[in-house]
Design a protein around this ligand. Structure first.
Ligand code: M6R
Length: 603
């Protein structure tokens, strides 16, 4: 993870770096820092903890008559605890080199040992510091650019890195397996691991590729560090994709993003339906098998897709953790379709899974971020229109992924002749009617406050559901643990008696999702089993009867969705709200929960 940002030019550099670091905080917010060259000397400043970038950057000089080179970093700790020593930029022995890095250097331990034997003194526990010392060591024998080129070929693992060196008025950088973009405006150059941190200044962007090493002075020069030959790559104008990331009147991004769901869902589904004819052409054959890969909430969305697609299409669907799939040497069949799901489009494991499947299967990605790496590796993409999701816990991106999966289900059903094109109008109506019903759930907030009051002092919680609502239970438990730090587990309701039931007592809240479907009576039986053991039952239900009334301690009565596939869009909303409200009552930072990052670019 980690975000990196560099600037070479004149102008309001403090604002550029401060704003840019804030925009990159979703990649990690354990600590941040920067380095710049002044009078040929490398100056470094860093801090630990969230926020405070405005004060931090106040020491960067702003020149109107000459260029300044700055590199900066926001960290998500991988090697070594959160402390100033481990924050980037990292330096060499003589403090002549400063370096920021995103990725993981897998052979750092061996390199560190070799460098220590040569007399290098290390001051951090990070893998990154080894790069600065390696550059220093090689630069004893050759010019700095050549030293960087040689060193890059000694690094195993992934990196996007930027480096400054005393006496050189340029930023040198490279990428392998971690995203990096360059932007230009006149003679000013920007370089970042996320376009969104620079699009306020320029729309002329260059997508750097694996193997690129570059030097930015008055011009930008690019070299392939593996082939050791120069590369021609140009800037191109991207559509101004800057979408508002303001919090408006909301108290947190999580709250804002939960409330944006009705609009995000309709926008996603309608935009995909508008392009139906194009998708009918590009998804040219009906797959024999579908494998869905993703991580975290995206994996949960995939499980919901599995229930939808197997039921309607009768095509076998497997849902895999991307991190397991990529290394399992999976078996591919001739008519396989691999569907990757990722909000960010940069998750390292999902990207790895997509690369593993490339050339062996058709690849379709469901993604929320245009120009990101995963759709770039896929044959086709279905973009969700959730807009920027800033809160670390996925909410609107998750439900938008369900909308895209629902669309894919209908698209394949049309292709297979299972439904007719004229019925799509009806599906669109059903979809927007369901999305509207989310607003009714928002009006139940005062009742949910009372439930959150009960949950806030608990240490554990169980979330149980059956069928398509089992993955919803998983998602509810993930939301609860991510933002409130209450240990929560999701299970298929019937599975509870095969072990977790041992945990049930009066201190164990159990959230049941019980909707009107073929499982209703079975879920009621599972509720009785919990009740019999003194558990406290919170029921999310789209119907009320005597059983629900008698067994439940608390009931969240949600509206009924227009069809069974759309029900998860409604059942997940109270779970998001319960996690959000409980976290607030426990004084947790819902937008930046401890230890997490929004975009997981390390495996
Ligand atoms: O960007 P992605 O959808 O690929 O991210 C996958 C997971 O890292 C993500 O869903 C994570 O689990 C969220 N924090 C869930 O709220």
């Amino acid at each position: 993870m980690c975000g990196i940002l560099g600037f070479s030019g004149k102008g309001p550099v403090r604002k550029i770096i401060s704003r840019g670091l804030k925009a990159l905080e979703y990649r990690g917010y354990d600590s941040c820092g920067y380095a710049f060259l002044s009078e040929g000397v490398v100056c470094v400043n860093k801090k630990t903890g969230k926020g405070g970038t405005d004060e931090l950057v106040s020491e960067i000089p702003e020149y109107s008559d000459r260029r300044i080179c700055v590199i900066s970093h926001t960290r998500w700790a991988t090697h070594g605890k959160v402390c100033l020593e481990n924050a980037h930029p990292h330096r060499d022995c003589k403090n002549e080199i400063a370096l920021v890095h995103n990725g993981i250097i897998e052979n750092y331990a061996r390199l560190k040992k070799e460098l220590e034997q040569k007399g290098h003194i290390f001051s951090s526990d990070t893998d990154t510091e080894v790069i600065a010392h390696l550059f220093e060591e090689e630069a004893k024998k050759m010019p700095f650019r050549k030293a960087v080129l040689k060193s890059l070929n000694k690094l195993d693992g992934t990196f996007a890195l930027l480096v400054l060196r005393k006496g050189c008025s340029e930023i040198i950088g490279a990428r392998k397996g971690s995203p990096l973009f360059a932007g230009v405006k006149g003679k000013d150059f920007f370089i970042s691991s996320d376009i969104n941190s620079i699009v306020n200044y320029t729309d002329e962007i260059m997508f750097l590729e694996d193997g690129d090493m570059f030097a930015i002075g008055d011009e930008m020069e690019i070299l392939d560090f593996v082939k050791k030959e120069s590369v021609k790559r140009s800037f191109s104008r991207i559509k101004s994709g800057v979408q508002s990331t303001a919090m408006g009147n909301f108290e947190s991004y999580m709250q804002k993003e939960i409330f944006e769901q009705p609009a995000a869902l309709v926008s996603t589904f309608n935009s995909l339906c508008k392009e139906l004819a194009r998708y009918m052409e590009i998804v040219d054959t009906v797959p024999g098998r579908i494998t869905i890969v993703g991580c975290g909430s995206s994996w949960h969305a995939g499980l919901i897709g599995e229930y939808m697609m197997e039921k309607l299409l009768r095509i076998p669907v497997e849902v895999e953790y991307a991190s397991e799939f990529r290394y399992r040497n999976p078996v591919f069949l001739p008519d396989d379709l691999v569907v990757s799901i990722s909000q960010s489009g940069e998750t390292a494991d999902t990207l790895g899974a997509v690369k593993e499947a490339k050339k062996k299967a058709k690849l379709l990605s469901i993604c929320n971020v245009h120009n990101s790496s995963i759709p770039g590796e896929s044959n086709y993409a279905l973009y969700t229109q959730a807009g920027p999701e800033i809160g670390v816990a996925s909410t609107k991106a998750f439900t938008a992924q369900i909308a895209a999966l629902y669309f894919l289900n209908l698209l394949l059903a049309l292709k297979m002749g299972l439904i007719k094109e004229y019925s799509l109008e009806k599906k669109i109506e059903e979809f927007s009617a369901t999305a509207k019903k989310i607003r009714c759930i928002f009006s139940m907030l005062p009742d949910m406050e009372k439930i959150a009051d009960k949950l806030k002092d608990k240490s554990n919680a169980l979330f149980l559901g059956r069928g398509i609502h089992f993955p919803v239970a998983l998602e509810g438990a993930l939301k609860m643990k991510e933002v409130s730090y209450i240990h929560a587990e999701g299970y298929p309701a019937a599975e509870m008696k095969h072990g977790p039931i041992a945990l049930i007592d009066e201190n164990m809240p159990v959230v049941f999702i019980s909707v009107r479907d073929r499982f209703s009576m079975k879920v009621i039986s599972n509720m009785r089993e919990v009740k019999a053991r003194g558990g406290c039952i919170i029921t999310v239900s789209d119907y009320i009867d005597d059983d629900i009334l008698n067994i439940s301690d608390e009931i969240i009565n949600i509206p009924e969705a227009e069809n069974e596939y759309l029900k998860p869009l409604l059942t997940v909303i109270p779970l998001q709200l319960l996690a959000y409200l409980t976290a607030l009552k426990r004084d947790c930072d819902v937008d930046k929960p401890r230890n997490l990052a929004k975009c997981v670019t390390v495996e």
